[in-house]
Design a protein around this ligand. Sequence first.
Ligand SMILES: [Cu+2]
Length: 472
Amino acid sequence: MVAELSPEQPNMPTKDESFWTRGITAMMLAAVAMSTVVLGAVAIVAMTRSDSAITSSKELPTTISVELSEFKILMSATTVKPGDVTFQVTNKGNVAHNFAIAKLKLRTEMLNPGQLVTIVASDVAAGSYEIVCDVSGHPEAGMKATLTVSPDAPNADQAMMAGDGGASAMTWQQMDAKMTEVALKFPAKTTGTGNIELAPILSDDGYKVFNITASIIKWEVEPGKFVEGWAYNGQIPGPILRANVGDKVRIVLKNDLPESTSLHLHGVRVPNAMDGVDPYTQKPIEPGQSFTYEFTAMEPAVGMYHSHHNAQVQVPNGLAGALLIGDWKDLGMKVAGDRLADMDGKVDQEVVMVLNDSGTLGLSINGKSFPATMPYTMKVGETMLVHYYNEGSMTHPMHLHQPAGLVVAHDGAPLEYPFWADTLNVAPGERWTVAYTPKDAGVWAWHCHILTHAETPTGMRYMVTAVIVADE
Ligand SMILES: [Cu+2]
């Protein structure tokens, strides 16, 4: 998705040797070697390249990044030259908003939290333009801004030097430089990791006991961006819980949240009283209280455990995790049969990938947004079994550049007829289990193919990661 560089442009890498491949490979090697020296050198090379490119810039249509939230409108630039103006509007808030300029008869659709749209105002004349979210009451609450269009507005380079947001009026060279800057940060270090497997405690009465506590924590979604994350055991996603078929399982949930909660075991066969749907199957677990969920694992499951109380807030904010029952490495390979180009008929790594798009976390993979997402490493001929989990509010077509994946299970049910897919729609609540066996080495991008969930004018972001495949 980033390799579309024209070979006619001087000094630009060819398609085979894209900046993604070269830059990221260099970064990966540097990261693996833990060599800050190599890392710094790569960054310096990149900066030198972009600096020399900027000197030949000429003016292009202006792009303004706009962020909507409760209750303000933030714009990367408020003064631009007359002409075409492109608005990249993102709803960073927790409720729906729109973006309207009455004087230009311009209005976006209602944008859900996390949604991004681009609208273009053509040939805008000099003047002053009032911008609002025209949802009743929102302008009065603060969602208004003014755009000044003037021939005296600074051009892109001047705006950049003056530190006017950076994305205010980018030339293509500046855009490329920004994209490179972000790409070279991958994988960026942030505090906090989710999906850490929780070893059960064996009780005297023969249960595998998992103690989990729900609380609100500061969570770093991307470098320097901290949000209020709702976490199980301080992790987003919550710790991975594993059991075998036949195990007696006990999950003790302590509620340290400022509101009630409950735990639904989604896709797991449990007695009705353990289904977590308050107030029907239990009372809400009030702040400070605990509740014990007990069941015998009857069948293999690619289960979710997540809140079922004020869930449209609690789940996308982070209260979700994976509960795996059975040996999925073995089950996955049984379904795959001899279809994969695997060397030894074994799954080498099992990956849980939790998708999200709303709440305080926003568009994210395992609680992180690119460049803070985690890359995966494997070798040609090895197999990685991935369980996609969608805990968000939108469908995400997940695309791994190579290799194609063999889909082996849906919602924890092994497929009678596995099928190949390089792009797989994962709807809210769904789990898809996919076996990937690479045939070719390289750094392969892995991202949601709703492109506004993966890219911005200032580089790749949100639901993007990579698989680094080494030769055998
Ligand atoms: Cu998506």
